[in-house]
Design a protein around this ligand. Sequence first.
Ligand code: PLP
Length: 411
Amino acid sequence: PLDYPAHRALEQSQKLQNVLYEIRGPVHAHAARMEAEGHRILKLNIGNPATFGFDAPDVIMRDMIAALPYAQGYSESKGILSARRAIVTRYELEPGFPHLDVEDIFLGNGVSELITITMQALLNDGDEVLIPAPDYPLWTAMTSLAGGTPVHYLCDEDNGWQPDIEDLESKITPHTKALLVINPNNPTGAVYSREVLEQLVELARKHRLLLLADEIYDRILYDGAQHTSLASLAPDMLCLTFNGLSKTYRVAGYRAGWLAVTGPKGHATGFLEGINLLASTRLCPNVPAQHAIQVALGGYQSVNDLILPGGRLLEQRDAAVSGLNAIPGVSCVAPKGALYVFPRLDPEVHEIHDDEQLVHDLLTSEKILVTQGTGFNWPHPDHLRIVTLPWARDLSVAVERLGNFLAGYSQ
Ligand code: PLP
């Protein structure tokens, strides 16, 4: 091989200094090495329904296959019209959701790409974004990558993980540009009450903040929980709502997401042009997956069969929550939505200083892969995130093994 002198060594760019994504981080790589050695790992770290036997509705697949011959070329940067029309219709059916035009919809390679584009279009160095703690860490990572400063407002476990409004208010500064709300929340599974959402909106209104609403789990609700979209409470404000097919329609691999822009735009033409520009530079999202959107939104909403009594997702959530709460020194708020549990390991019982080390040790010992709470920008090493996608019996076994492991574990 060619000899590269020291001054040609390639380091990670400095831009990535604060960019973390622990869900697929070093522990994930550790699991891959163990798999290569022949171990069977139960992966409870990624919310990927297809890998746990959740098949997408047949109609989506059939429609997409039928559309393949017509999906060879690039599409409009914003996405194909039929999909954007279907998204407009979806929101027209939602009570109180502000008016949308097809031009207000941007399609993306999953919500992930639209988060990246939005943050790059929005932030200058030092601009602050209010992000929940715990969070879905891509938001924090992409805020940092764009030069912004993520400022985390706490969600209160003792109050069903609802946002702590006082904490949030105390963190608003002249540099704050946007308020992110993830509802239903990943990783806590909290579904925010209308009153709390109104308080969040009111703060954003007072300080003229951009509203960012990540609502990718809005159709995955338990125990009769009702989801209120943030935009419906703020028709007088600019609000960006993010959603997609990955979770509700179980096609995370197709990479189909959207962004809906509602409210007044006059003060934000530059920002919105920036989104348009970046959407153009990636040419267009994956076109076959765009064809899945119309049929997914218009067809039978089979996710309801999974979340209502007797539904597989509900049973799995119950198995995880009851198993976790039976472990001494572990408590778990029952999620009202989404695909995760975020149990607490009582520091008085389980003295853990490094939750990443705990996750490595659990993996080595029990062949179970979960993600440490600090990977979700939770400030203390006392939580884990566990995906509730495996069959209830597998989850029960995994949680029992976690309990046995914790009983003999100390750092
Ligand atoms: N937002 C939240 C809260 C998520 O949990 C995820 C994925 O887990 C995403 C966004 C990204 O989803 P996708 O890029 O598959 O649309």
